[in-house]
Design a protein around this ligand. Structure first.
Ligand code: NOJ
Length: 513
């Protein structure tokens, strides 16, 4: 829409840096690799890229364990590579967002090392969440468990415990400490000064814990002493002031897991974050009723919605949608249809690298190849997230499929020879060609689509909604449905004879003005 800031309807492409493209030949993706693939991203038709953490890190959690917030890990390049990437991305018309990880640092961060060396009660320990156990009857200070499994507390040499909502190598900061707050304001400025367009905020709902750290039940509910505490919003008000003090429009999107759209909406009040991820969309099963419920609840509560189907933490959606389906191709067909629905909705959409190639989750990685701490902390019971992080197949017929010259840090399946970007670019019936067409169609309508959408009556397990001249129809049922009256089929995810929409298919229709 006219005068609308870029983030409101942007299509943002998530780059999981380790797995995108490897220019240095060490088997791990890097910033120079991303630079070399910017023409591909521009041709795909996305508006912005979000880079997962590339900061110096021992990689206990793929870089979400940051040891220095103001540098680039040599594995990924240098600050000069970063600056060159920002300049090149902008020259390709792409905005660039970086991931900021404020809930915890790496245990290798100098502040945590100083905290370990300092005595209990010291200023150094107050930057993190150190506690004693006051009740002889218990082991840890409270019953909190790590998101990755196992207790959320680790004991240090002098008997104190520190909190880590994730791995022990990721100690939680104490966000009630003014020095921590100030440090992050400076870190934001460091990257904004280098010309970035925004931040993705890791675990945005976890920074403030309830006083006294009381025991908890699982879940993200309003009474949780861990998640979405009211005081967390003061932090984002401070951050917004910093973002707004820069020229242009610099945006922030929060990784916010909640159990209600109302709670999500609190993060995107006008003086807080611009956006938060809408994971309810990603979590919805393949069902018109479920999709409609999420869409209604989101649009009722959130003024600038976002939509996302996959990311580096969840099973890829082509695999999710195919679970239990008789034919493996169903997941891919549904993935295409869900993309059309998502791109037709008001707001912005986040894509995850590789979904434009229709990559499935890799479920059969050998145990010795796995790196996700979830796999190790659950003693292999939970496979974890490596299956959605397998490096991108770019070209050729054998691994590493043009990912680099030095293999790939996770093995790629042999079946991916048929899924390379090179091969799909030459095939108009490929997933890549479909994504390009869908993104181009969205761009062509962008200036004319109103913000509001309206439901139209739909038969069976289908949804029809309109935005101005555009009607999006998606069929989640098992029988074809009759399309509403229209002048033209702009794009469809499967064969449409002009009147009937097959199962597992979506279409964009144009009506007369
Ligand atoms: C969310 C990130 O997306 C995930 O990959 C990471 O493990 C956790 N936050 C902890 O930083």
């Amino acid at each position: 829409m006219e005068d609308s800031p870029w983030w409101r309807d942007a299509v943002v492409y998530e780059i999981y840096v380790r797995s995108f493209a490897d220019a240095s030949g060490d088997g791990v993706g890097d910033l120079a690799g991303i630079r070399s693939r910017l023409p591909y991203l521009a041709a795909l038709g996305v508006d912005a890229i979000w880079l997962t953490p590339f900061y110096p890190s021992p990689m206990a959690d793929g870089g979400y364990d940051v040891a220095d917030y103001r540098d680039v890990d040599p594995l990924f390049g240098s600050l000069a590579d970063f600056d060159a990437l920002v300049a090149d991305a902008h020259a390709h018309g792409l905005r660039l967002m970086v991931d900021i990880v404020p809930n915890h640092s790496s245990s290798a961060h100098p502040w945590f090392q100083k905290a370990l060396a300092a005595p209990r009660g010291s200023e150094e320990r107050d930057r993190y969440m150190f506690r004693d156990v006051s009740d002889d009857a218990r082991q840890e200070p409270n019953n909190w468990v790590s998101v990755f499994g196992g207790p959320a507390w680790t004991q240090v040499a002098d008997g104190q415990w520190y909190l880590h909502l994730f791995a022990p190598e990721q100690p939680d900061f104490n966000w009630r400490n003014p020095e921590v707050r100030q440090e992050f304001l400076d870190i934001l400025r460091f990257w904004l000064d280098r010309g970035i367009d925004g931040f993705r905020i890791d675990v945005a709902m976890g920074l403030i814990k309830a006083p006294g750290l009381p025991d908890t039940d699982p879940g993200f509910g309003a009474k949780s002493p861990i998640w979405s505490r009211p005081e967390v919003h003061d932090i984002y008000r401070d951050w917004r002031r910093v973002l707004d003090s820069y020229p242009g429009v610099r945006a922030a999107v929060g990784e916010v897991w909640t159990d209600s759209a109302e709670d999500l909406a609190l993060y995107v009040r006008p003086d807080e974050l611009h956006q938060s991820f809408n994971f309810a969309w990603l979590e919805a099963p393949w069902s018109a009723t479920a999709f409609r419920k999420v869409i209604d609840e989101t649009l009722r509560a959130v003024p600038a919605p976002t939509w996302v189907l996959s990311n580096h933490d969840v099973v890829r959606h082509t695999t999710r949608y195919g679970e239990g389906a008789p034919d493996p191709s169903v997941g891919l067909a549904r993935g295409h249809a869900a993309l059309l629905a998502m791109l037709a909705l008001p707001g912005s959409a986040y894509l995850y690298q590789g979904e434009e190639l229709g990559l499935p989750e890799v479920k059969n990685l050998p145990p010795e190849a796995r790196q996700d701490p979830i796999f190790f902390r659950s003693k292999g019971e939970v496979l974890g997230r490596d299956g959605c992080r397998v490096p991108i197949p770019w070209s050729g017929t054998a691994p590493p499929y043009g990912f680099g010259t030095g293999g790939s840090w996770l093995p790629q399946p042999v079946e991916w020879a048929g899924l390379t970007a090179e091969r799909q670019a030459a095939d108009p019936s490929s997933t890549l060609a479909f994504y390009r067409r869908a993104l181009a169609a969205r761009r062509s309508l962008r200036e004319t689509l109103p913000d509001a959408m309206a439901w139209l009556e739909a038969p069976g397990d289908a949804l029809f909604f309109s935005r101005g001249r555009l009607i999006c129809a998606i069929n989640c049922g098992t029988d074809p449905v009759r399309l509403p009256p229209h002048e033209q089929v702009l794009i469809s995810s499967g064969l449409v004879d002009g009147q009937d929409l097959p199962p597992d298919t979506a279409a964009w229709l144009l009506t007369v003005e």
